[in-house]
Design a binder for this molecule. Structure first.
Ligand code: AMP
Length: 281
């Protein structure tokens, strides 16, 4: 496995691989790798000649400075895991390598910045879009792998690739969960043992809402039940629970069997912010 910190040497290396006719799969991450990330790596290893993983804690996507400061950093272990998973290239740039000091470009993702994660994390998606576009231009992969766990991010990247004509196949990978149902997340490392048990409530609520919808309860009713359940839960502060079209992420007013509908949720367990989603059918 080769590790690069500089754009120039990474680009040179990848150019020579491309000339050899190798296909390149790319998995962007912020490190503190868990089995969810490794599932993306595995899909890339299976689908490409070469897999590139970036580990970069992107400051421009953190709307909360404390979250950035406390974001888990486990580089040594990450490199071991990547090597074991068959990753070929790791890109671990410094912030100054990625961003010019006097940069002026920024993206606007329209309504996607106004809803769910966009609403509760102002500026977050501008940072995500910017760094992913930069990384796409640096790595120039044939395929890039993203988790459905961050559904809104996935939709945004799909739009970015489509509207800016990136010739990259965006692959969506299912959410990896712990046995309890808790969606794996780097932020779970910041939960105490008790908070980790409490955090399962997100997944349980999603499952409960799904069951009610499948039983024919209407959307308003289901939302009310979920909101009341969280009102009574003193350990979790709910930020949003939305029932949305999986592709546009706009709220749905009614549901037909087989519609592509997702149930999305976010909130705080103690000081740690977690998100999750499941699809209805
Ligand atoms: P992050 O390091 O949190 O920026 O995540 C890097 C990539 O891993 C993103 O595409 C995430 O959606 C994906 N990811 C994070 N958690 C999971 C999970 N539990 N299952 C599948 N993919 C995940």
């Amino acid at each position: 496995m080769n590790t690069f910190k500089e754009i120039k040497s990474l680009v040179q290396h990848l150019n020579s691989k491309r000339l050899e006719g190798k296909t390149i799969g790319f998995v962007p991450t912020m490190g503190a790798l868990h089995n969810g990330h490794l599932k993306l790596i595995d899909a890339s290893v299976k689908g490409n000649d070469i897999t590139v993983c970036s580990i970069f804690i992107n400051p421009t996507q953190f709307n909360n400075p404390d979250d950035l400061k406390k974001y888990p950093r486990t580089l040594e272990n990450d490199l071991l895991e990547l090597e074991k998973a068959g990753c070929d290239i790791v890109f671990t740039p410094e912030v100054s390598e990625v961003y010019l000091e006097n940069r002026i470009v920024s993206f606007n993702f329209g309504y996607l910045e106004e809803i769910m994660e966009g609403k509760f994390r102002p500026g977050h998606f501008k940072g995500v879009g910017l760094v992913v576009a930069k990384l796409f231009n640096i790595v120039k992969p044939h395929r890039a792998y993203f988790g459905k766990k961050d559904l809104q991010q996935l939709v945004l990247i799909q739009k970015l690739a489509e509207e800016l004509n990136f010739d990259i196949d965006i692959k969506a990978i299912e959410t990896e969960r712990e046995a309890s149902g808790l969606a794996m997340s780097s932020r779970n490392e910041r939960l105490s043992a008790e908070e980790r048990r409490e955090a399962i409530f997100f997944y349980k609520s999603l499952q409960n809402a799904k069951r009610m919808l499948l039983e024919g309860k209407n959307i308003e009713e289901v939302k009310n039940v979920v909101f009341w359940d969280f009102q009574e839960n003193k350990h979790i502060a709910l930020e949003y629970f939305e029932i949305v079209d999986t592709h546009s992420l706009r709220e749905v007013a009614n549901i037909q069997r087989g519609d592509d509908v997702s149930l999305c949720i976010a909130g705080y367990v103690g000081k740690v912010r977690l998100i999750d989603n499941i699809s209805l059918f």
